[in-house]
Ligand binder design. Structure first.
Ligand SMILES: [Zn+2]
Length: 346
């Protein structure tokens, strides 16, 4: 029987309700564990996260949240479990890594391992429990993650490999490991692509090509952050090939002038893809950071705007914008409830 794997155990997919497919209960780059500004109290932070999640459950029916934080970016299984217990929200944890650009993701320990070694870890995270700080926890991951791309304005699109694809050697290892783990376990793969790269290359298509070549099921792949470029050709091609797109950064002005500007861009993309019959291929999320570790919010750290978005913004602000474009309640239900339920089921 199909099931969705949350940190507190498997649930029936019909119990998932409104589901956001890419959030971060905690978000912190490698090295932050030595930062004086990153000393935090577990109980206080767990309670803060739970308060937001509980509001989502009671006021907006947001019953399930995928924490798409890779292990090296501060994934904390025990914090997830505690926030889930206190809030009543189902939390789904991730196994897999961030992009290799600028050493942001795939720590050195993992760069040295074989595809088979990485695949074994991914499968054990999904079936035995995740390891935190050298301790095996009883909390299992419920989705795989793989990442590619540069760092936007900070670092442009990575150079192409021999096959013309802009994907690094360690990312390629992880792609093969993730595809292998998916074949064994049967769960979904969510992905990080760099939105700025879509103006120069075909990041979603390149990633899907590599995943398919490694044997992944494209119907259980979600291409994340695939929304910023106004030219929809790449998105249409991804839908035509039977994979899924995650419309995220709703209410967060990532690499745009304002949240309104990005909302309008992505609402138009949603309306156009729906018009073409691709509504079954869409999921929504914020990419919100619930707690962080980089000091006060400044203009130099614009990513921290991911913390400010209101948890009900999708329902209060983005849904009315979509409704004006003919994307009503029934369509919203499909994208927030039906599609993620189908995708996240093992
Ligand atoms: Zn994210």
């Amino acid at each position: 029987m199909a099931k969705i794997r949350t940190v507190l155990g498997d649930i029936d997919p019909t119990d998932a309700g409104v589901t956001l497919t890419h959030e971060h209960i905690r978000y912190a780059y490698p090295g932050c564990e030595h930062d004086h500004r990153n000393v935090w109290d577990f109980d206080t932070v767990a309670a803060e996260i739970a308060q937001v999640l509980a509001l989502g459950v009671t006021r907006y029916g947001i019953k399930t949240v995928v924490d798409l934080t890779p292990a090296e970016i501060g994934r904390h299984p025990e914090l997830m479990a505690e926030a889930s217990r206190q809030s009543g929200a189902h939390l789904i944890a991730t196994t897999g890594f961030f992009p290799e650009s600028a050493a942001m993701g795939i720590p050195f320990h993992w760069r040295r391992q074989s595809v088979e070694y990485i695949e074994e870890m991914l499968v054990r995270d999904l079936t035995e429990g995740m390891v935190y700080d050298s301790r095996l926890t009883p909390y299992k991951a419920g989705i795989l993650k793989v990442s590619t791309g540069g760092l936007g304005k900070m670092q442009p699109t990575p150079a192409a490999g021999d096959d013309g694809r802009h994907v690094g050697p360690y990312e390629r290892k992880c792609i093969r490991a993730v595809a292998g783990a998916q074949r064994k376990v049967g769960c979904a793969i969510n992905t990080h692509t760099q939105p700025m790269d879509y103006a120069f290359t075909n990041p979603g298509i390149e990633l899907l090509d590599l995943l398919e070549e490694a044997g992944a099921d494209p119907g259980k792949v979600i291409i994340g952050h695939a929304f910023v470029h106004p030219n929809l050709d790449q998105l249409k091609e991804l839908c035509r090939r039977g994979t899924n797109l995650q419309i995220d950064h709703i209410g967060i002005p990532w690499q745009n002038e304002s949240a309104e500007q990005l909302d309008e861009l992505i609402a138009n993309a949603v309306a156009a893809l729906t018009e073409l019959g691709y509504i079954d291929r869409l999921v929504f999320s914020y990419d919100r950071f619930f707690s962080h570790a980089r000091g006060p919010i400044t203009a130099e750290e614009p990513e921290q705007l991911n913390e400010l978005v209101y948890w009900g913004y999708l329902h209060e602000s983005f849904a009315p914008r979509l409704a004006k474009k003919g994307f009503g309640k029934a369509e919203l239900h499909k994208v927030l409830v039906d599609n993620p339920r189908r995708l996240l089921a093992f």
